[in-house]
Design a protein around this ligand. Sequence first.
Ligand SMILES: [Zn+2]
Length: 252
Amino acid sequence: MDTKLDCEIVKDLLPLYVDKMVSDVSQKSIEQHLQQCTDCMECYQNMAVELESSAQTPEVSDIKRFLKKTKRMYFFYGLCGLSFLSIFVCLIVDLALNKGITWSLIVGSAVLFADILVYVLSACKKNKGCITMAVLSIGTGCLLSVIQFTRYYLMNTGTVWIFRYGFPILFVWLGVLWLPLLFRTVFKWNLWDCIAFFLFLVIVGNYFTKCITGDFVWRDIFYTRDFIINALGEAIGILVFGAIGRVKKWRR
Ligand SMILES: [Zn+2]
C-alpha cells in the first residue's frame, strides 16, 4: 500500500489506539507500522505523553509545571549572571588596556547569541529545528558583522573581509544546513536520506567555499587526489546513508 496513505490511516486511528479502543488486528498492524515509521512513532509518543499528563490530577500536574518553571527560571538567572560577569570582566580589561569598548563588544554579542540560542532551544516546543536554525543564521550573520566592525573600524586592524568572504561563505554553509532541514520538514524525507543529502551539500559547499576564497581550480574536480581529500569521506557516507534510507523505505 502507499506509505503516505498508510501514515494518514494510522494517524487517524492513533487516538483510538492510545485509548486501547481498536480491534486486535488493527492494533497489530498499527504496532507494525509504528516500528517502521519514525514520523507516526513521534505522533504516538506525543499523544501518549499528553494522555499521561491529562490522567494526572490537576494539582499534581500544576505542581509539576510550577517546579519545571522555577527550575528553568533559576537556570536562566544563572546563565544571565554568568553572561553579565563575563561581559563585565571584558569591559574592565578593555577600558584598562585600550581605553575603548572593543573586545567586550565582541564577547558581549557572542554571549548574547549563545544565551538566545539556549533560551530558544529550551522554550520551543514546536518546529524546534527550524526556529533554532533561524536564530543560528541571523545570529551568526550579526556576530560576523560585529567582529568586522570592531576589528576594522574601532581597532583599526585587518581588512574588510565580510562582503568578499564573510557573508558569501556564511550563505553557502547556511544553505548546506537549511536545505536538508527544509526537505525533511516540507517533503517529509526520512532522516537517512536527509543525512545523505546533507553530505552531498557538504561536498558542494566545500567547492563553493574554494571558489569564494579563490582556491578553486576546475581540473582539480577530475583530479583523484583532490577528490579523495575533499569528498571521499562524504561520498562514502552518502552511499551508506542512502542505502539505509532505501532499505527503510523498501521494508515499509
Ligand atoms: Zn507512518
